[in-house]
Design a protein around this ligand. Structure first.
Ligand code: SAH
Length: 242
């Protein structure tokens, strides 16, 4: 029986990959993934069959995994961060009914909210939610509703996919919606290229975040009513001291 292992490789460098992810990559006959992520794996797995596809070819990539698995191969499908957070894990299950019996394993990885939080200090140390600003697969009205209800619920909010070439003003649009509910001085931050070359951090207020230009390799953090900035770090207390 074939096997597909859906692996979250973490934010970037090898040090942030789990032991299980490394073992599975070693065990795999074929490694399938977006070419940008395949190159993050470095030289270690070059003896494997590497099948990389461009962005936005997710369904094709998954079908390729099933085809290879049905040939009896162990296939590693790699995703950045965690495979089940805006990743491919669900699509593999959705497509599985179209194929014969294939064993599926999901290997968790460090998602950008967690790895970015570690760089920024401790911004998600209380209830938080993640919202993706990409409206490729989700209507903007729903994204807007989630932003505003998260703000009303006083959640810390992490924003994935905050911007892209086509969506250059989406972070600004999101901040405008949040500013209808949250104060201008709400503590915020972002991290770019977490665990990769060119890691950069920024902290400031929500009004200042609105004026920032970020790219698609950035994760943004909007604090809750208790969050504060401390020497360039963004901290959300758990409440131990009260
Ligand atoms: N499965 C991934 C998320 C994929 S969605 C995970 O669990 O992390 C893609 C978005 O994730 C990016 O637009 C960015 O907001 C965030 N992201 C992923 N890797 C990142 C990194 N190394 N540095 C900063 N943000 C990252």
């Amino acid at each position: 029986m074939g096997r597909i292992i859906v692996i979250g490789i973490g934010p970037g460098e090898q040090a942030h990959m789990t032991q299980r992810a490394k073992e599975c990559l070693q065990e795999a006959d074929s490694i399938v993934g977006y070419s940008g992520y395949v190159s993050l794996l470095g030289e270690e797995y070059t003896q494997k069959e590497i099948l990389s596809t461009g962005m936005k070819r997710e369904v094709l990539r998954c079908r390729l995994c099933f085809e290879k698995a049905l040939e009896g191969k162990v296939v590693a499908l790699i995703c950045s961060g965690d495979a089940g957070v805006y990743g491919m894990a669900s699509l593999v299950y959705e497509l599985s009914s179209e194929y014969g019996k294939v064993d599926i394993e999901i290997v968790p990885g460090v998602t950008a909210a967690a790895s970015g939080a570690a760089v920024l200090g401790a911004p998600i140390n209380h209830d938080f939610c993640t919202i993706s600003l990409s409206d490729l697969l989700t209507p903007w009205e729903l994204i807007a509703k989630r932003l505003q209800t998260a703000a009303m619920g006083d959640f810390v909010i992490t924003l994935y996919n905050p911007s892209s070439m086509k969506r250059a003003d989406y972070l600004q649009k999101a901040c405008d919606l949040l500013l209808e509910i949250l104060p201008e001085d709400r503590a915020c931050g972002y991290v770019k290229n977490i665990g990769r070359e060119g890691t950069a951090t920024w902290t400031g207020t929500l009004a200042e975040l609105r004026a920032e230009q970020v790219d698609m390799f950035t994760t943004c953090f909007i604090g809750n009513s208790q969050s504060f900035l401390l020497d360039g770090k963004l901290i959300t207390p758990r409440g131990y001291r009260t």
